[in-house]
Design a binder for this molecule. Sequence first.
Ligand SMILES: [Zn+2]
Length: 261
Amino acid sequence: MAYNNLFHAQVADGIFLISSDTNGPDADGRSLLPGKATPNSYLVIGKEKALLFDLAIDEKGLKEYAESLAGKPVMLALSHAHYDHIFHIEQFSEVWLHEADVPLLQGNRVGTRKVNSCPPLHYLAEGDVIDLGDRILDVIHIPGHTPGSVLLLDRHTDVLLSGDTGARRLLYGITPSVSLDELCNSLRRLKEYDFSVMYSAHDRCSIPKAHLDTMLDVIIHDMPHAKKEMTIPGIGTMLCTSRGKETETAFFVMASLLRNE
Ligand SMILES: [Zn+2]
């Protein structure tokens, strides 16, 4: 089967970034350097099975691509249920996600899409462990980007797969969730976990743990003074503030919903 534009890169021992070269920041579309937003799924390969984190790429061949790369059964887990993380979800026989994001699969909120033939769901919760055989992933629940956003910590590599939560761009408020104070408390709690770098669903570069301090600083100190407004079609008007350059790792933009369209 042709996999169209899919490619992969190993970012840590047994952890593969899978993306599409139609969205890359450079000429061949495969650069892992910091740049514009890209859609990325991650495959974590254990001894007995593998886990695909997010269906971030609108390519029907992603499931087969991940299975052939893993060479063993692949379970699907979602960092959250926004429309751009669930492409072709009906191809899977089971899905793991946090229960609080299940309503998003009904497609009646901004940033969501109705799934017509949803596979059977299993729920992930704070403190759960996923055992891939010789490889344990810890489930960390951080409501904020969505009510049911989860992150996965791979104990083997100390890599945190951080979804849209530990990221260089944070969209907040498009899916009503918790207060910014509560989100900040969760980010402080996240700092207590043992990990060295994060990989987000929309960045291909590794993000150092210290980025969480930047996020907290921007949310607490810059956001109250933010004046820049940006309209995102289909979502609404966002209030934005940013630090750094998009082409450098130390970049962060926060966009919080002011009003729906
Ligand atoms: Zn999202």
